[in-house]
Design a protein around this ligand. Structure first.
Ligand SMILES: *[C@@H]1O[C@H](CO)[C@@H](O)[C@H](O)[C@H]1NC(C)=O
Ligand SMILES: *[C@@H]1O[C@H](CO)[C@@H](O)[C@H](O)[C@H]1NC(C)=O
Ligand SMILES: *[C@@H]1O[C@H](CO)[C@@H](O)[C@H](O)[C@H]1NC(C)=O
Ligand SMILES: *[C@@H]1O[C@H](CO)[C@@H](O)[C@H](O)[C@H]1NC(C)=O
Ligand SMILES: *[C@@H]1O[C@H](CO)[C@@H](O)[C@H](O)[C@H]1NC(C)=O
Ligand SMILES: [Ca+2]
Ligand SMILES: [Ca+2]
Length: 367
């Protein structure tokens, strides 16, 4: 009996060995997928694109969370609660190498993901096509969720007494603000100051709740007139080189006007800017904004263009949607079908499909 079972074990082990050594071999020249967490497409140096797939965003969030926790544990906490109970969570181990996970076709099937997501994007109206508007809304939702998550995380750090509000005395500006405080550009002058804090405090109770704190960190995305007016005051302070508290034409022309023009051209609304003379359209816009006709722009007179100076998330969401459609819209009807999306997965998952040989042989030479 004993001998028979040993024989059985040996046979099974041998079969397993043979099986394992043969099955995972890749076919030569097989296309190898390399997905990345983030798109290669850069909108601007300070705005990073948001993940198209909420699952990818989630993976990235968990990975970031680990790094964030690590950073916090290195920080000098002095008298604060260091949250010592929060040690590394075992289920997060899965996300240590997130890009390995994404590139495992059995775990992360891009086609299946797109099939699942399509009906969640194609909602206005549900017609089997994803329009620029639907894709913009989708991107915006992803961006807002990510921003709110970051805000929550930051709020946890500042909310010392854990009452879900941040008071001005609890708030300590990030270290880079101290450095930037004295720079010659006068950048960040009013940022992180009490005036900024008060403008974010919509109900004026001296405390910022999550919504108000999110607005504090992202004033361009606020709906609060009080905060938008603060943003305009801040803009005047920054642009007011002769320090008279208002923007004259020269101050407007060198700086603000370029931002407005860039915004309009991005939105295919730049036809009224003649290439021969930019001075004339700048004059026209200046006079249009100068409601009281005193030859200067005050903070409230900047309100109509503040969105163009500080574009909100929706602007970037639309930019990303335009880019995606331009890359994946095979029949050029301006709309995406599920088939077009499945045909161009790298647009959504910013993959680089490459041949094994090209990529790896190249690196081998430098070892
Ligand atoms: C991914 O899913 C699609 C559709 O369900 C299927 O046809 C394909 O074989 C899957 N790919 C892999 C690698 O499992
Ligand atoms: C900034 O400048 C002021 C006055 O010039 C000085 O008192 C202060 O220490 C400086 N702060 C930093 C962070 O350098
Ligand atoms: C901010 O508001 C508080 C009252 O909540 C007030 O005491 C303080 O002076 C205000 N600060 C500024 C700079 O407006
Ligand atoms: C925060 O306060 C504002 C102003 O009262 C309110 O509109 C908002 O809903 C509050 N947000 C949360 C998360 O409680
Ligand atoms: C385009 O620009 C003109 C002039 O500034 C403006 O009146 C118009 O509303 C803009 N159109 C769009 C679609 O933004
Ligand atoms: Ca408040
Ligand atoms: Ca199409």
């Amino acid at each position: 009996m004993g001998r028979a079972s040993i024989f059985l074990y040996l046979t099974v082990a041998l079969l397993l060995l043979v099986f394992l050594s043969h099955s995972p071999k890749k076919l030569p020249g097989h296309r190898h997928r390399r997905l990345k967490l983030r798109s290669n497409f850069i909108f601007s140096s300070f705005h990073r694109p948001v993940a198209f797939d909420p699952l990818v965003a989630e993976i990235e969030r968990r990975r970031e969370e680990r790094q964030w926790e690590k950073q916090l544990s290195y920080k000098d906490f002095a008298a604060d609660d260091p949250a010592p109970g929060e040690e590394s969570q075992p289920e997060w181990e899965d996300f240590i190498d997130a890009e390995d996970y994404l590139n495992d076709e059995d775990k992360f099937n891009v086609t299946d993901r797109l099939i699942l997501l399509f009906p969640r994007i194609d909602v206005d109206p549900t017609d089997g096509f994803v329009s620029e508007h639907e894709l913009t809304e989708w991107n915006l939702q992803q961006a807002q969720r990510e921003i709110l998550h970051r805000t929550k995380r930051e709020m946890d750090v500042h909310d010392k007494n854990h009452d879900a509000f941040v008071s001005f005395s609890e708030y300590e500006p990030p270290s880079w603000v101290h450095i930037a405080d004295n720079d010659s550009y006068g950048y960040n002058m009013g940022w992180w100051k009490e005036e900024h804090f008060n403008a974010s405090d919509a109900d004026g109770n001296g405390l910022l709740n999550l919504t108000e704190y999110n607005d504090f960190l992202h004033p361009a995305d606020t709906k609060s007139p009080k905060l938008l007016e603060w943003l305009c005051r801040e803009e005047v302070r920054e642009r007011d080189t002769d320090r008279d508290g208002k923007i004259n034409f020269k101050e407007f022309f060198h700086g603000l006007f370029d931002l407005v023009r860039a915004y309009d051209e991005e939105n295919h609304n730049g036809s009224h800017y003649s290439a021969v003379s930019v001075d004339a359209p700048a004059r026209m816009l200046f006079n249009q904004l100068d409601k009281d006709g005193d030859g200067h722009l005050s903070d409230v007179e900047l309100l109509p263009i503040i969105e163009k100076i500080h574009p909100p998330e929706r602007y970037y969401a639309k930019q990303q949607a335009d880019y995606i459609i331009s890359q994946a819209d095979v029949d050029k009807d301006g709309l995406l079908t599920l088939a077009e999306m499945i045909e161009n997965p790298y647009v959504f998952y910013s993959a680089i499909f490459s041949d094994d040989e090209d990529q790896y042989d190249y690196h081998d030479e430098f070892r």
